[in-house]
Design a protein around this ligand. Structure first.
Ligand SMILES: Cc1cc2nc3c(=O)[nH]c(=O)nc-3n(C[C@H](O)[C@H](O)[C@H](O)COP(=O)(O)OP(=O)(O)OC[C@H]3O[C@@H](n4cnc5c(N)ncnc54)[C@H](O)[C@@H]3O)c2cc1C
Length: 381
């Protein structure tokens, strides 16, 4: 299918910044764990931190298919920078959909000006991951403020984000229907950012805890109404899963690209093991292309405004599981050289691992797929 002008523009802008900023920095970010502030600001100035945001608020208004093309192009060069870009796009879409004009102007336009490198999404807690509705952070109304208490964990871009979208309960008796979403500015008294995680992969993306101790946030920080925080989080997840699918595929396509160069090197041309290597290589090319098609399909459904819960889960499961297999198999082909001499294959395997965990683990995707497929069968019966 032919790409639209906007899709081509998003893909090409992402490719240009990936080559100029992300690729050259990626190996050093992996060693130093430095946060890629300037690369992200460059993405913001190009509109790529708001691919699906209206032009009025500084976005590209290019749609979800354009977004997955951009994510794939970036992840082929640096998955760590890409995860910060993805979370920022996800939060920007939540602000556009549920926020008021003052919040849109304040937070979305700032990204296009390059004021901030990222926005952050804070749902997980030390004792609530997959079962997000069991979160314990509490926001109690006090006149023109809320008083926020609790600990949030695994926050991508913690310590660097311009604002944190924080889910907390305003009415614990209502469980998921009592959860509200707040746009919390960093630097408020009672808000501390702690415990940067030392991760196996995505080491250039900062991941931290947020601790709130009687933190007073203005009532104007509420996103939408009280009680719709869980709905905001869940509506972000379908789109988020398509993004993670594209990220996983991007990393695996990079593994295929680097392995192809290794296979084609003149000193290996007559190696008798080429047949075996190529058989494995071909099998994984085919598997990854099929997975990528599932991602494209889910993205196009979202662009058409059609339901995609089942397809987003299928895409995430298929892309992330396949991408992990591809990255491991390319190391098997190259052997010990994959782990040194400047090759990045072992980094790809470390980076791609977590795509099977965040935005819903593979087990959670299977639960969603079974539930949706059973519902569809009941409708047909
Ligand atoms: C690098 C990184 C970045 C992240 N960024 C963010 C972020 O920006 N914001 C944020 O809010 N969170 C973030 N997370 C957290 C992430 O979303 C959670 O790790 C994820 O939701 C899984 O939760 P958990 O790790 O607590 O695992 P758990 O939910 O404790 O799951 C543990 C195991 O049990 C399985 N399991 C869970 N429930 C079921 C069930 N009902 N049936 C069968 N099996 C089940 C899981 O599949 C898994 O195998 C990030 C995590 C990482 C690693």
């Amino acid at each position: 299918m032919e790409l639209t002008t906007q899709q081509l523009a998003a893909q090409s802008a992402a490719g240009t910044i990936a080559h100029s900023h992300l690729g050259p920095l990626a190996p050093s970010l992996d060693h130093t764990e430095a946060f890629p502030t300037e690369s992200l600001k460059a993405l913001g100035r190009a509109g790529l931190l708001g691919v699906n945001i209206d032009e009025r608020w500084g976005g590209l208004e290019a749609g979800v298919y354009a977004y997955v093309l951009a994510v794939r192009a970036l992840a082929e060069h640096c998955a760590a920078t890409t995860v910060a870009m993805m979370v920022t796009n996800m939060v920007a879409e939540a602000i556009q959909s549920f926020g008021n004009d003052e919040q849109r102007e304040r937070y979305l336009s700032a990204l296009r000006r390059g004021d901030w490198p990222a926005l952050a999404f804070s749902l997980s807690e030390p004792d609530s991951g997959s079962d997000a509705a069991s979160l314990k952070a509490i926001a109690r109304r006090d006149g023109g403020h809320y008083i926020l208490n609790g600990v949030k964990s695994w926050v991508t871009s913690g310590g660097h984000a311009g604002v944190y979208l924080v889910m907390a309960s305003t009415d614990p008796s209502k469980r998921s229907r009592g959860i509200s979403a707040f746009l919390v500015d960093p630097g408020l008294p009672g808000f501390t950012i702690t415990r940067p995680e030392e991760k196996t992969g995505l080491r250039g993306s900062s991941t931290t805890q947020l601790v709130f101790e009687d933190c007073r946030i203005p009532a104007s920080a509420l996103l939408g109404e009280e009680g719709i925080g869980f709905k905001i989080a869940m509506s972000s997840l379908d789109g988020g899963r398509v993004g993670v699918s594209a990220q996983a595929c991007g990393v695996a396509f990079a593994a295929l690209r680097d392995t192809a160069l290794w296979l084609a090197a003149p000193e290996r041309a007559d190696d008798p093991r080429q047949t075996v290597w190529r058989e494995s290589f071909a099998r994984h090319v085919a598997e990854l292309e099929a997975a990528w098609s599932a991602c494209e399909h889910a993205a196009r459904l979202k662009d058409k405004g059609l339901p995609l819960t089942r397809e987003a889960a299928i895409s995430k499961l298929h892309c992330t599981e396949t991408a992990n297999r591809v990255c491991a198999a390319m190391i098997d082909i190259v052997g010990v050289e994959a782990c040194h001499s400047g090759m990045r294959l072992e980094q790809y395997l470390r980076d791609v691992r977590v795509t099977r965990i965040y935005e819903g683990t593979s087990e959670v995707q299977r639960i969603v797929i079974a539930r949706e497929a059973l519902k569809a069968s009941m409708r047909k019966a």
